[in-house]
Design a protein around this ligand. Structure first.
Ligand SMILES: NC(=O)c1ccc[n+]([C@@H]2O[C@H](COP(=O)([O-])OP(=O)(O)OC[C@H]3O[C@@H](n4cnc5c(N)ncnc54)[C@H](O)[C@@H]3O)[C@@H](O)[C@H]2O)c1
Ligand SMILES: [Zn+2]
Length: 357
């Protein structure tokens, strides 16, 4: 079992990477051996729920699979489910599943009786490499991604890359878009590793998967430690591809595209806009698109059925949480591995770029 500490403020929490069975004692120690309330979805419950039987309170609280879990309705059903199980104030809650389960369960944990510790056991590549680390929680509302949420740092995260054996290829590819993102932000050597090993990772190579998951967790831990509450600019770099990506998810109709698919298109658009604004060599964007194309991730709006929807996309981007009155804050790039935060992208340049897509 490898431990990575994620610092925030004066404190930190451990991310344990290894066999879930060997982490059960660490989890149940948080509740002094009492059974822990479990939040998951039906598919993950069927595939992996049994691994938590020794420590979980029965029955588990179930949310709908996928992005549909991130609604007010499912948030309310979790809070009610915790109340029905007489979960006491401050009792740790376990979230087993992908980023959607983690986001809504984390939000419920931050609200229930004014806050209970959450233990994340991520089961998708996206959640293991990214969403389970860092304490952002959210649900979607008013047709917008992640409109309501909190910061709620986990008490513990347990990452068992072997849980990914059961993940379908489309979900694995979606998570891989976030993996590639880490190389593009500040780690060109890792992007080169992705070019060399990404296809093997997606074909089921366990060593490649372990390497990528561990690498991304360490990278995210460093960025979160520098800027836990996402105010200083460092953590914002994790949003590379996401202002476009969230707009694309919303424009497609929330839940139709997978998050990582929208992010893949968003990453390429961030490089293309950076080139247009003179920050970056267009060849870098082409190299990124070539790699994502090779692993069969979408790289253009027409790949996701959104050709000619630039106007709607622009409106969604202007409504994004990160938009200021001068224009949206966007993560742009100077090169592969050299992302930076542009706090107010010139509105006209952005409009012209997006409308022409
Ligand atoms: N909080 C954050 O910092 C953060 C970061 C990135 C993304 N996100 C959010 O994460 C969400 C996407 O999460 P996701 O990509 O993990 O998908 P998901 O949670 O929506 O799950 C996708 C599907 O995979 C299934 N599944 C999960 N684990 C499985 C396994 N091991 N085997 C077989 N099937 C399995 C689920 O049942 C579900 O049907 C988005 O809402 C996104 O906004 C949050
Ligand atoms: Zn993301």
């Amino acid at each position: 079992m490898i431990t990575v500490a994620v610092g925030h403020g004066q404190t930190s929490y451990p991310v344990l990477i290894g066999d879930l069975a060997q982490a059960l004692d660490h989890i149940s120690a948080l509740s002094d051996g009492q059974p822990l309330p479990l939040i998951t979805d039906p598919r993950v419950l069927a595939l992996h729920g049994g691994k938590l039987t020794p420590i979980a309170l029965q029955p588990p609280i179930l949310v709908t699979q996928g992005e549909a879990a991130k609604t007010w309705q499912s948030l309310a059903s979790i809070v009610d489910g915790l109340a029905e199980r007489n979960v006491r104030r401050g009792a740790p809650i376990v979230a087993l599943g992908g980023g959607s389960v983690g986001d809504v369960a984390g939000l419920a944990a931050s609200l229930f009786k004014r806050g209970c510790p959450i233990v994340h056991i991520p089961t998708t590549l996206l959640a293991q490499a990214d969403s389970a680390i860092g304490g952002k929680t959210a649900i979607d509302s008013a047709g917008q991604k992640n409109l309501a949420g909190t910061f709620h740092m986990p008490a513990l995260v347990v990452v068992d890359p072997d849980l990914l054996d059961t993940l379908d290829p489309r979900q694995l590819r979606s998570g891989y878009a976030e993996v590639v993102k880490y190389g593009l932000i500040d780690d060109p050597a890792f992007f080169a590793w992705c070019e060399a090993h990404g296809a093997a990772l997606l074909a089921g190579d366990r060593d490649a998967r372990r390497h990528a998951v561990g690498h991304c967790i360490r990278a995210k831990a460093t960025m979160v430690a520098a800027d836990a509450l996402d105010v200083g600019g460092q953590r914002a770099l994790l949003n590379l591809g996401h202002s476009f990506g969230h707009g694309i998810e919303a424009a497609a109709g929330i839940g139709r595209l997978l998050h990582g698919e929208a992010v893949a298109v968003g990453l390429v658009l961030a490089f293309r806009l950076s080139a247009l604004l003179g920050h970056c060599d267009p060849a870098d964007g082409q190299r990124v698109a070539e790699h994502l194309d090779r692993v069969r991730l979408p790289t253009r709006l027409d790949h996701v059925g959104l050709a000619g929807t630039g106007e709607a996309l622009l409106a969604l981007m202007m409504a994004d949480k990160k938009a200021t009155t001068n224009g949206p804050a966007l993560v742009l790039v100077r090169a592969i591995g050299a992302a930076f935060l542009e706090r107010a992208v010139p509105r006209q340049a952005l409009s012209a770029f997006v409308r022409a897509l």
